[in-house]
Design a protein around this ligand. Structure first.
Ligand code: ZN
Ligand code: ZN
Length: 364
């Protein structure tokens, strides 16, 4: 399937959802959703989707690019931003829409203006529609996602190889940032985390000028963007001989992760998957030190649905979902470990896309 056909398929699904919801047209504002439906990644556009077609409105800066990109996808209208409201008014009047759905963020001022303009039209918030579709990745997305995950694996391997006593967290963090671009990523999918020694007990630690010492764990959480899609991967190697306590929490974390991965399949709820990993950690006596959810969806954004967490909704996993599985144990003031992999839900189970070795890596 070409990427153009993928966009057409996705738009078709939006149309079907609009029919089910009895919404005459949907106005798409959100940048990520716009990219998902059309490939356009510029900073200004509106999409109007109804049963007859797709209109793409942008300003003259993007006119040429958009016209070339939208062939067979949408009808392009290039409007100076000052004329956009008038354009909408005419369109809504001409099509006699009764219910128009909106999604994405607008400012309160913009909202007031829009409300005033379309007084006779019922406006509905359809913010959940496109994220709902984005939960299930199509073949085109999976191809790109596999490349993004390969990049993360390569950067992780390189980063771990460069660790040595005396290097600072900041130095390794900078190296990862550079590797991510050198090895083909557009940029990092989030600011990487490098947390050494006692800092490894902070799940979201910010790299410091602290130097690595012998016997210390180093948590590395990184990801890159390829073709718009994010990867996300964590390993916790140790520099030299680890403490018994660290080996213990590493083993328990890995066991928890493997138990969740072994169970993952379509039809499961995110709360149940979380509970499988959490029970392993709790039974080993470390339950109070696992303070975050087990995992999250990933795609065009680093945190998407579905979630694997005690607070996950009622959604049941489907083939094509992508989730991270990332249990951790964090003992304040001492040490911590997190092991995170990138997993695709398949027809009969799951496939772990990230290939970095999971056994405890002892450096040096
Ligand atoms: Zn991560
Ligand atoms: Zn993650």
């Amino acid at each position: 399937m070409s990427s153009k056909e993928s966009f057409q398929q996705r738009l078709k699904k939006v149309r079907k959802a609009l029919r089910q919801r009895e919404v005459d047209a949907l106005v798409v504002v959100n940048r990520v959703n716009t990219r998902y439906l059309t490939g356009f990644s510029g900073s200004y556009s509106y999409l109007v989707i109804d049963q007859d077609g797709v209109r793409f409105i942008t300003d003259p800066r993007y006119g040429e690019v958009a016209t070339a990109m939208m062939e067979d996808i949408a009808e392009v209208h290039v409007q100076p931003t000052s004329d956009v409201q008038e354009w909408f008014r005419k369109l809504f009047k001409k099509n006699d829409y009764e219910r128009v759905g909106f999604e994405g963020s607008v400012t309160v001022d913009e909202l007031e203006t829009i409300k005033g303009f379309f007084r006779k039209i019922k406006m509905t918030n359809e913010g959940d529609l496109i994220p709902g579709l984005r939960r299930v990745k199509d073949d085109e997305e999976l191809k790109t996602i596999r490349r993004a995950v390969r990049l993360a694996d390569r950067v992780m391997g390189e980063a771990i190889d460069r660790i040595k006593v005396g290097m600072t967290e900041k130095e390794l963090s900078r190296t990862i940032r550079i590797l991510m671009e050198e090895l083909g990523g557009e940029r990092e999918s989030f600011s990487n985390i490098v947390a050494s020694g006692p800092n490894s007990s902070h799940p979201h630690h910010q790299a410091e000028a602290r130097r690595f010492r012998k016997g210390e764990p180093i948590t590395i959480d990184l990801g890159g963007i390829v073709g718009g899609y994010c990867s996300d991967l964590t390993r916790t190697p140790v520099l030299g001989k680890p403490t018994d306590q660290f080996v213990r929490i590493y083993d328990v974390t890995l066991e928890a992760q493997q138990a969740a991965i072994a169970a993952l399949k379509p039809g499961m709820n995110g709360r149940d998957v979380d509970a499988i990993a959490r029970n392993v950690i709790t039974e080993a006596g470390f339950g109070e030190f696992f303070g975050h959810g087990l995992g999250h969806g990933v795609g065009l954004e680093i945190h998407e649905n579905p979630r694997l967490s005690p607070r996950a909704g009622d959604y049941l996993l489907e083939p094509g979902n992508i989730v991270t599985v990332e249990p951790g144990i964090y003992i304040p003031g001492e040490c911590g470990v997190r092991i995170e992999d990138y997993v695709l839900i398949t027809e009969d189970g799951c496939e772990v896309l990230s290939k970095s070795p999971r056994r405890l890596r002892i450096i040096g």
